[in-house]
Design a protein around this ligand. Structure first.
Ligand code: NAG
Ligand code: NAG
Ligand code: NAG
Ligand code: NAG
Length: 418
């Protein structure tokens, strides 16, 4: 669809933007300052509880919930703020016998697949790709931070965001914009960030402490004990699906996306209102995409790994929307397949197993609004107002765009995408 020219109330909006920017910069400076102090203090061996007033301190020495057995690398993670009440409530909750009640992977027991190094095609691959193949059969890792309570009650929309430990500013911006947890007309919206561990070993311990503290404040982090790397994104996908199957199997809808996108939850809710029951899976869908065979490319796939000419239809991982019940079926489907190095293609493969076609929708722009990156259209608030997802905005841009879109913006025409 080709958007027309818009009449924006520019003077009004740009003034707002500049005062907003000052405020945001001021806030960022303050936040950074607080974080620096925290690192310093934490390095001297204090726990985050020293910053916490009364109540949380009491809860600090609770043993972690069963599922979150640590395996040594990190000191005290997560959970210490959870109340006893919550815990007993959890255990009392009726779960049917055969079903796994909690995260059942508590140790890493996985060795490299030496069969691989015998293959000729394996030898020419870049080291990260080789690493992926050597550990491709290692399916699940222990949880470091969990929130079994997140889905208690009827959740209408669960927003899950792929993030990495160092991008706390992105998570902060999301919490203040499209990731706000709230209830709209009785429909509960909850948010979770999905993380692995810091990829640089020397930074891991300190970042982990910061993350624990962040989670202490917001309670919206899920973390597993695998390295957050490009080739481990599919691991994140299967871990989330397994988690959902255990802790959140009655959620109505799930939005899953990256941490550098603009999302409009209100447009998503409006879109969902007119949906009938069924295997909804909607996003920026690619049909008949071809595997990339150029070795230098980030998405390179040797034909020994995938020899068909086309991928099944799949939605760009930047942001898509799916039915909760479908996600549970996707978990089962995912376990019938070997891990694939590209996470969104992998999910397309799972959909293919279920014979569910993902649906393309104009409101999802995960590959940018227009191809030309420098086009003004990519920064046009009137365009964002009628979208569900737009790639790609950094924290400051997201905060600005959010306030513009939610200001008294005058747009010439309503784009009929919903
Ligand atoms: C790891 O797996 C191997 C083979 O599957 C088994 O022999 C070994 O006992 C396991 N180790 C642990 C610590 O679970
Ligand atoms: C390696 O090859 C052997 C024999 O073909 C097979 O039994 C084994 O499962 C393979 N190992 C892995 C990790 O795939
Ligand atoms: C994925 O994570 C595992 C566990 O941390 C790690 O051993 C492996 O090297 C990672 N794979 C890649 C390709 O980064
Ligand atoms: C938008 O306009 C309405 C009425 O014209 C006014 O009441 C409201 O305060 C305005 N909101 C903002 C954010 O400027």
């Amino acid at each position: 669809m080709r958007p027309r020219v818009w009449n924006t109330n520019r003077n009004h909006t740009s003034r707002r933007a500049s005062s907003y920017r000052k405020k945001t910069i001021y806030k960022s400076v303050c936040l950074s300052f607080v974080l620096v102090i925290m690192v310093t203090v934490l390095q001297r061996g204090m726990t985050p509880s020293h910053f916490m007033p009364g109540q949380q301190q009491k809860e600090l020495h609770q043993e972690p919930v069963k599922a979150q057995k640590r395996d040594g690398i990190f000191s005290k993670t997560g959970h210490f703020w959870k109340s006893k009440m919550e815990k007993t409530h959890l255990e009392a909750e009726g779960v049917t016998e055969n079903q796994v009640k909690s995260w059942d992977v508590t140790t890493i027991n996985c060795t490299a697949n030496q069969n691989m190094s015998k293959m000729d095609w394996f030898k020419g691959l870049e080291p990260n790709f080789q690493q992926f193949l050597l550990y491709r059969h290692c399916r699940y890792f222990p949880m470091l931070i969990n929130h079994p309570e997140k889905c208690r009650g009827d959740i209408y929309l669960l927003i899950v965001v792929k993030s990495i430990i160092t991008q706390h500013d992105r998570r902060e911006a999301i919490r203040r914009t499209w990731g706000q947890e709230k209830e709209v007309d009785g429909k509960k919206i909850k948010t979770l960030f999905l993380l692995g561990t810091a990829s640089k070993e020397e930074e891991r311990a300190n970042y982990q402490k910061l993350l624990d503290y962040e989670n202490h404040i917001y309670g919206d982090i899920l973390q597993w004990n695998f390295l957050d790397s490009f080739f481990n994104l599919t691991l994140k996908e299967v871990h989330f699906l397994k988690w959902l199957n255990i802790y959140c199997d009655s959620v109505r809808y799930i939005f899953k996306g990256d941490d550098d996108v603009f999302v409009s939850p209100s447009n998503i809710l409006e879109f969902l209102e007119n949906k009938k029951e069924g295997d909804l899976f909607v996003g920026d869908v690619l049909y008949k995409a071809r595997p990339i065979r150029k070795k230098e490319n980030k998405y390179y796939i040797p034909s020994a790994l995938y020899n068909k000419n086309n991928y099944p239809p799949y939605a760009g991982g930047g942001g898509f929307l799916m039915d909760g019940p479908l996600a549970i079926k996707l978990h089962k489907a995912s376990e019938t397949l070997e891990l694939y190095p590209i996470d969104d293609v992998f999910l397309g493969m799972c959909l293919e197993v279920l014979k569910v076609e993902p649906v393309r929708h104009e409101g999802f722009k995960t590959f940018g609004i227009v191809k030309n990156k420098n086009s003004k259209m990519n920064k046009e608030p009137c365009f964002y107002r009628y979208m569900m997802v737009v790639h790609k905005l950094l924290p400051l841009e997201l905060l600005q765009m959010w306030s513009l879109v939610h200001s008294n913006l005058t747009c010439s025409r309503k784009l009929n995408v919903l």
